[in-house]
Design a binder for this molecule. Structure first.
Ligand SMILES: Nc1ncnc2c1ncn2[C@@H]1O[C@H](COP(=O)(O)OP(=O)(O)O)[C@@H](O)[C@H]1O
Ligand SMILES: O=C(CO)[C@@H](O)[C@@H](O)COP(=O)(O)O
Length: 567
């Protein structure tokens, strides 16, 4: 039994970096944190934003994890006190592996092949395959496998991505013995066990891979081969059972124990998805919505299974999965594919001319140009925020639609695009920035309303993630638009803290996730109360946002039908 002064590590693989959080298991005190960016990702390697292709190299992940964990372990007098570790990662971010479980991207023949790498959650190259899965699920004569995934399969998910890759890359299709979600692959690497013995993540399987006990696990072989004959045999090389993140996956392999400076007895928990770990780290309990607000948003709610018994599954969300967050409770997920990313898009739009002009300005040295570019990049969002805050009363005269990366929920549709309306000669960067912020908040309101319409109670909203921490302006706008109090978790690293809680349960420090949450939660650092006058002022603007969304959706569907008719 680990003692009260044991430590655990939460290892959180985000979109652009990995962080290791060293936590005191008895109290949840965050002792040390180390972050490593992914260099190949930062350099834009293997990605093609014009085609919505976003791939990550497994070496980015392994190098980052090694450096980050070693940095926090070096601060502990006696590494034997570190009793457990758990991994969370973005999802669905699947990658192909060989029979030994080695990621194909680590093999010399595939090291530079984007299709052999991890297909990041925001890669939207498989829109057509997702559509096929949706159509087939309704017509094939067996269960509608999208039933517990909100009724719509997304191109962000496992089967759509795998189908796409096996169709377009013969060599990868032949070499891929199996496929692993990112969190499962890291767990396999760290434990060094045979691939067949790996306990796969319930959370990733249920929310992204159509896994459900009603149909004995993954979709039937006959369904998968109807979708794509090249998928034949893959189902049997994947998994049937799945495991919750509080369970033990194994212990560190001797190789990894040595590399990280830890004992081989260190327990490694079953892997999970970042947002769901964030829910646990934020102290989620029934009827709390945890909003993970970063590049994208994930909205996580947990409810007792009895609440969902005898009624149709919740429509339009990213799945309902028993045990995906807290064992024994059903985890519900929704979200927005671009949140901070919409603002990052605007930031890029504004810095492009500056960079282009700087590149041609003869009077500056390369160092001076780079410094000016970095200054702009680092300060632009804050400057826009300051300017947006002193504009006239809300809402903004400009109206924006936040679907630059498609719509994740309600009712996934990644063919949709963003839009701006009511532009005039007076619409400057701050006005447009404010309109973008408002559109993000309206997108959140639409999700909250869908949960309500589906009979899911939300009593408390807790926010975590970079945006929740960095932008009081966005948080206040969100509280006003939702007309709901928001609290922000004190921990700067709630997903990593959640992973540390899972590790503490797996290592035997606590009997349940709830007990770990009770002892290890960080509490809240900020509260945003809605302003009734502003909340009322936003209501008609929100109605205009819904109308603009309907217009864009109808015209996009019309365009797609027209081009299909011309084929
Ligand atoms: N001051 C700011 N105001 C609004 N958004 C911000 C600000 N600073 C950073 N962001 C956004 O935060 C996002 C990153 O969030 P974070 O939670 O740190 O990362 P991740 O989603 O990868 O885990 C980026 O999309 C960025 O545009
Ligand atoms: O979609 C999910 C989880 O289901 C996330 O992994 C994905 O949105 C990425 O999250 P971040 O924006 O990097 O925090």
């Amino acid at each position: 039994m680990p003692s009260a002064d044991s430590y655990v590590i939460g290892l959180d693989f985000g979109t652009s970096s990995v962080r290791a959080l060293l936590v005191e298991a008895g109290t949840g005190r965050e002792v040390a944190e180390a972050v490593r960016e992914y260099p190949r990702w930062e350099a834009g390697e293997f990605c093609d934003p014009d085609r919505n292709q976003f791939r990550q190299h497994p070496l980015d992940h392994l190098e980052g994890l090694t450096a980050a964990v070693r940095e926090v372990v070096a601060l502990v007098d006696d590494p034997a006190r570190i009793v457990g570790l758990a991994v969370d990662a973005t999802a669905s971010t699947p990658g192909p592996v060989n029979e030994q479980g080695v990621a194909l991207g680590l093999l010399p023949e595939f090291a530079d092949n984007p299709d052999a790498l991890f297909i990041l959650w925001k890669d939207h190259t498989a829109v057509a395959e997702a559509e096929e899965i949706n159509a087939l699920a309704r017509r094939w004569g067996g269960p509608d496998y999208t039933r517990y995934s909100g009724g719509v399969y997304s191109p962000e998910w496992f089967w759509a991505k795998i189908t796409r890759i096996v169709r377009q890359n013969e060599a990868v299709a032949r070499a891929a013995y199996s496929w692993l979600e990112h969190c499962d692959w890291v767990t396999l690497e760290l434990t060094g066990q045979p691939l067949a013995d790996l306990k796969r993540s319930r959370c990733a399987a249920g929310h992204k891979a159509l896994w459900h006990p009603d149909w004995d696990g993954l979709p039937a072989e006959i369904f998968l081969t109807q979708l794509e004959p090249r998928l034949a045999g893959l189902r049997a090389r994947l998994y049937q059972n799945t495991y919750t993140a509080d369970e033990v996956a194994g212990t560190l392999s001797p190789v990894w124990a040595k590399k990280l400076g830890l004992r081989p007895e260190t327990v490694v928990a079953v892997g999970t998805v970042d947002a769901h770990a964030g829910g646990v780290g934020a102290g989620i309990r029934p009827y709390t919505m945890v909003k993970v607000m970063g590049t994208s948003t994930c909205d996580i709610v947990v409810v007792p299974p009895a609440d969902l018994a005898g009624r149709p599954p919740v429509a339009g969300i990213c799945g309902q999965v028993l045990g995906s967050v807290v064992p024994g409770l059903v985890g519900l997920e929704a979200g927005q594919s671009a949140f901070g990313d919409l603002l990052a898009w605007f930031e890029n739009l504004l810095t492009w001319p500056l960079t282009a002009v700087l590149a041609r300005s003869a009077g500056l040295s390369p160092e001076q140009r780079e410094k000016l570019r970095l200054d702009a990049e680092e300060n632009l969002l804050e400057l826009l925020t300051e300017a947006a805050q002193v504009l006239g009363p809300a809402p903004s005269p400009v109206l924006a639609l936040d679907w630059v990366n498609g719509r994740r929920t309600p009712d996934a549709n990644h063919q949709l695009q963003g839009a701006l309306r009511n532009l005039t000669m007076g619409s400057g960067a701050p006005e447009i920035f404010r309109a973008l912020v408002e559109s993000l908040c309206y997108g959140s309101r639409r999700i909250l309303e869908r949960f309500g319409a589906e009979g899911i109670r939300v009593e408390q909203i807790v926010a975590i993630g970079g945006v929740a921490k960095k932008s009081a302006f966005i948080m206040q706008t969100l509280a006003d638009v939702l007309n709901h109090r928001l609290v922000v978790t004190a921990s700067e690293q709630a997903p990593a803290l959640g992973a540390a809680m899972y590790a503490a349960v797996a290592a035997g420090c606590y009997p349940t996730v709830e007990a770990a949450q009770q002892a290890m939660s960080s509490g809240f650092s900020a509260t945003y109360e809605p302003d009734p006058a502003r909340a009322a002022a936003y209501a008609p603007h929100y109605a205009a946002y819904l109308a603009l969304g309907n217009f864009i959706e109808e015209s996009t569907t019309g365009q797609l039908n027209n081009s299909a008719a011309h084929l």
